[in-house]
Structure formats: structure tokens, C-alpha cells
Design a protein around this ligand. Structure first.
Ligand code: SF4
Length: 415
């Protein structure tokens, strides 16, 4: 967290869950009129404390800026090389420092102009919030890969990646920051301007599938309803005879409800998830992810014994979780385990802020789904089709980035 109070911009950051990095006594010691918080999910750059955001840059006169960034720049390598040649020193391995560097260089022209100039240089995905001594400014890349919303809490303005965060702090949703928009908070309220002209919307469709919380609303659509709708549509694609539907906890819940409702089958909470362990996808290595999944799940044998079960998950990326879940259900006595995935096969790497840079790690690289089912240990494997997802999000597939399953990348990929 970076905060702006009587002593200027200061920050507290560390590795760990929010409640361990910010215990109550730390939170209550902060006196500030503006606060910028960030929970880092590392994409470009390693998972280390030095890369934790917000990144803060100070100058000798004690003024400075703090920056929180969600997304991933696509011309990082080129800009990094260029800046190094110009004599720039980097303190992190995060692409966010490139954003920070340009914003800091241009800040004497005013924060808004600094953002506009920086937007002409950086490419890729950024939903970001920056503060200096006077202002808090949110800005979003011209394609709007990552969501960014504005809320009001009393007289204060709140920016967040998702509406669920606004609900949590009791703020009222005002609107989204538009792709390419720069929104500044000042004494007269919000001021809006646009950086670069828009080059077509490309909101990450996987925000609906996996990333966003089900209690969030993006682009006017409930994430929960989108997932549930894809689950319902999946029902028409499954040929196996089933006795029950089981959600992969908790990522498959919304889709499993839609599937069970449409197939008129019981929905059973047959895999218990240890609530004290976090998201396995975010563990940095495969070995750590496997171990985390095993520690996390336990099937309820009396429910699944001799049953033909459908286990539903929102996506199949590396396949870590479903491999373990399938094996656990089989060893708990399930007669058949049919794997149902409420999104199309994830076949291409993401360069816009999702941590799957190596194509060889993707389970669905094997396009023979019968063989892939065997590899996973499932009796069958069914994916949603792209049109199921497009229908669920409102039939406007041109408004979304779909690159990880369509292979069509929006804009230029600089490297
Ligand atoms: S490639 Fe996939 S995960 Fe990445 S931004 Fe596009 S839709 Fe989202």
C-alpha cells in the first residue's frame, strides 16, 4: 500500500496474504487522504517483494509518484533495452517499472500529460492507478484488456479492478473507466480525458471465465450469470449418462449450477475444499501447484461411490487441479468421472497479464480430446464451444480478446 499524508508518499509492502502484511495495528497507524493498494499476481518479472506494487519513485525534493498496474506490457523487452542504453537503472524485474519510469520522466508536464505521453510509448495491457502529492489518476489501455471501475464512498472516489471490491468497502458503482480513458480525481470531482484514440475493444474474455469474482459485474454483465449460462449451454454438448454434477471448488460452481439445472441432475458438493489454502494457479512452480491441490481437496466418498459423475471446472489451462480431482474421485469409488469445462480449450499463450507464457504448459495443446481425457484420467472430456461463451457474454465477440483459444491476438505483439 502506498499512502499520501503529511509526510508525502510512503509505502508498506511485503510478500504474503493481505491480512499478514497489513495487520490491524498497521492499518490503523496509516494517516492519509489517498491510499493505493495492490495485490500482485506476478506475470512479467518474478514473484518477489521487490516487485510488489505499488511501485514508488521519489525525487530529491521528496515529491514522488506511486503506481499500481494490472496487466502486462507487450513491448517490455524493447523498452527495457532502450532505457538501459539511455542509462536507466532498474530496481525490479517487473514491466510496471517501465511504466513508472516514463511517468516519472514526464511528470513535470503534469500527471495527465505524463500519462498521455507514456501511453504513446507503451503497448499491451494496463489498467493502472497513479498518485502524486496532489492527484489520484486512473487510466486504461486503449483496448481495455483489463477491467477498471470507479465507485463513490461518501465524498471519496474509489478505483478498483472489479465491482466486488467496491461492494466490499461499501462504495457505490459509478461507471467503468473506458478503454483509453484517463480519469483524474480533483477538488471538483472527476475529470476525464482520453489518451490515445481507441483501436477497438479487447476486454479479456477470461475475466468472465476465470479471473473476476462471480459477484462482480463487468461491462454490465454479471460474471456469475455468464458462467452459469455457459454451464447451461454445455449441457447440450455432453453425451454421457450422468448421476450427478459436482463443481470443482470453487472455480466450477457457477457453471456446475447451470449444467445441473439444465440436465435436471442433483448438484452435489462432493469435493470438500480446505478453505485455509489459497488459489493453486498462483503457486509459482508445477511441483508446488500439485502439492497444493492435494492438500486442498478431499472427496466425500458416500456421495460418489459407484456414481457416474460430471466434474465441472471453469477452464482447463495446465490441468493441475482437474488431474488431481479426477484421481481423487476415482479413488473415492466413482464409477465414471466425466470432465466438463465451461470454456473453450486454452491453446495459445497470453501476453496481456495472465501467467501462462510457455505454450508447452497448456493441457489443451493436445487437440485429440479423447487422448487428453485419458491423460487426465477422465472418462470423457467436454469443452464449451467459443459460440457458447459469446452467447453468454452477449454475442458481441468483437468486443473481447479471445486470443488464448482463437489464436487471434488483438493489436501488434511487439515481441
Ligand atoms: S489471451 Fe486470453 S487470457 Fe489473455 S487477455 Fe486474451 S482472452 Fe484474456
Amino acid at each position: 500500500m502506498a499512502y499520501n499524508g503529511a509526510k508525502g508518499i510512503q509505502y508498506i509492502k511485503n510478500m504474503g496474504h493481505v491480512d499478514s502484511v497489513f495487520p490491524r495495528q498497521v492499518i490503523s497507524s496509516i494517516e492519509a487522504h489517498t491510499i493505493l493498494g495492490h495485490v500482485r499476481y506476478s506475470t512479467t518479472g518474478s514473484s518477489s517483494a521487490v516487485n510488489a506494487q505499488p511501485l514508488v519513485a521519489h525525487s530529491f525534493d521528496q515529491t514522488g509518484i506511486a503506481l499500481a498496474h494490472n496487466g502486462n506490457l507487450t513491448n517490455t523487452r524493447r523498452l527495457h533495452h532502450k532505457l538501459l542504453q539511455e542509462g536507466q537503472i532498474f530496481h525490479t524485474t517487473s514491466d510496471t517499472e517501465i511504466l513508472l519510469t516514463y511517468l516519472f520522466r514526464f511528470r513535470n508536464q503534469g500527471l495527465i500529460n505524463a500519462i498521455k505521453k507514456t501511453m504513446e510509448i507503451v503497448e499491451g495491457a494496463y489498467a493502472a492507478v497513479i498518485m502524486d502529492q496532489e492527484q489520484l489518476v486512473a487510466f486504461r489501455d486503449p483496448r481495455g484488456f483489463r477491467p477498471l471501475v470507479i465507485g463513490k464512498l461518501g465524498e471519496a472516489f474509489v478505483f478498483a479492478s472489479e465491482t466486488a471490491a467496491l461492494d466490499t468497502v461499501g462504495a457505490t458503482f459509478l461507471r467503468e473507466v473506458e478503454p483509453g480513458e484517463i480519469v483524474a480525481v480533483g477538488p471538483d470531482g472527476l475529470k476525464s480525458t482520453f489518451g490515445q484514440s481507441r483501436s477497438g475493444r479487447s476486454l479479456c474474455i477470461f475475466e468472465y471465465v476465470y479471473f473476476a469474482r462471480p459477484d462482480s459485474v463487468i461491462g454490465g454483465r454479471s460474471v456469475y450469470i455468464v458462467r452459469k449460462t455457459v454451464g447451461s449451454l454445455l449441457a447440450g454438448r455432453i453425451s454421457a449418462k450422468l448421476d450427478m454434477v459436482i463443481p470443482s471448488p470453487d472455480s466450477g460452481v457457477s457453471a456446475a449450477i447451470g449444467l445441473a439445472e439444465t440436465l435436471k441432475l442433483p448438484l452435489e458438493w462432493a469435493v470438500h475444499r480446505n478453505p485455509y489454502l489459497g488459489r493453486t494457479f498462483i503457486e509459482p512452480t508445477q511441483a508446488e501447484r500439485d502439492l497444493a491441490v492435494r492438500l486442498k481437496f478431499n472427496p466425500i466418498k458416500v456421495l460418489v461411490k459407484d456414481k457416474r459423475v460430471a466434474i465441472v471446472d471453469d477452464s482447463l489451462v495446465r490441468g493441475t487441479t482437474v488431474r488431481v480431482l479426477t484421481a481423487l474421485l476415482r479413488s473415492a469409488g466413482a464409477a465414471e468421472v466425466h470432465l466438463c469445462i465451461a470454456s473453450p480449450p486454452y491453446k495459445y499463450p497470453c501476453y496481456y497479464g495472465i501467467d501462462i507464457p510457455v505454450a508447452s504448459e497448456l493441457a489443451a495443446l493436445d487437440t485429440n480430446f479423447d487422448r487428453l481425457a485419458v491423460t487426465i484420467g477422465a472418462s470423457s472430456l467436454t469443452f464449451a464451444e467459443p459460440e457458447d461463451l459469446y452467447r453468454a457474454v452477449g454475442n458481441d465477440n468483437h468486443a473481447f480478446c479471445t486470443a488464448c483459444f482463437s489464436g487471434i491476438y488483438p493489436g501488434d505483439l511487439a515481441e
